[in-house]
Write a protein that binds this ligand. Sequence first.
Ligand code: CO
Length: 134
Amino acid sequence: MIRGLHHVGIAVQNLEKATQAYQALGLVVEKVETVASEQVRVAFLPVGETHIELLEPTTPTSPVARFLEKRGPGVHHLCFLVDDVGEAMAAAKGSGLVLLSESPRVGAGGSRVCFIHPKSVGGVLVELWQDDHA
Ligand code: CO
């Protein structure tokens, strides 16, 4: 069901500053975009087969803004690549995991995504990602 680790999401206060830090480590920004459904601006930086996703809230009510208030900047979620997000959601739900939405949402790059409650996965917020062309 899971094809790989698509990205590690990191909550940041300032996308430009955070991006500079990762660029100093030698990473390169692949793209920056605003994801309306999650009220965030994100930067993707490839690392081998996976990516770092930096997330900056665009509104005070964004889930990432609330995360920053509670826990400060840092690792926010893990995202797994799946072939079919609907199937992956049904399987997760069937196994008793709590999904944060009943149907997939539109994520970065036109992907179809769903989040699983951190309480279901040992305190880690998990995102399931289906590429838009899949
Ligand atoms: Co993500």
